[in-house]
Design a protein around this ligand. Structure first.
Ligand SMILES: [Zn+2]
Length: 117
């Protein structure tokens, strides 16, 4: 038997928490700048330019949506850290492998449950 810990040490939790907080901050800034840029794009122009702008706007909205989703996942992980459910699989209730959490701190399921998707 090895002595690999089955949960993250508290100092690792602190590091992960900071990582998630920084990520949430970055995503909020990212979303805010994308939204500002989007407004500036709504300037009148030639039809073909407008069409291109529309396409860029659509793409930007998708980016904003993705960033919002990532932000929600990050904030949810931070909430789980605070309420003590972080690192517990939300599907089977077993502990999530600490190695998985180090790589994907926003993971809500263990590898076995994630594979079942
Ligand atoms: Zn599971």
């Amino acid at each position: 038997m090895n002595t690999t810990p089955q949960s993250l040490r508290s100092n690792e939790m602190t590091i992960l928490e900071h990582r998630l907080e920084n990520e949430a901050e970055r995503l909020r800034d990212h979303i805010a700048s994308l939204k500002m840029f989007g407004l500036k794009e709504r300037l009148p122009g030639a039809a073909d330019v407008a069409a291109e702008r529309d396409e860029q706007l659509v793409r930007r909205r998708l980016t904003v949506r993705r960033a919002r989703r990532a932000l929600r996942r990050t904030e949810a992980a931070l909430r789980r850290m605070r309420d003590g459910t972080f690192g517990t699989c939300q599907r089977c209730g077993k502990p999530i492998d600490p190695d998985r959490l180090r790589v994907v701190p926003t993971a809500t399921t263990c590898v076995a449950c994630a594979d079942g998707d």
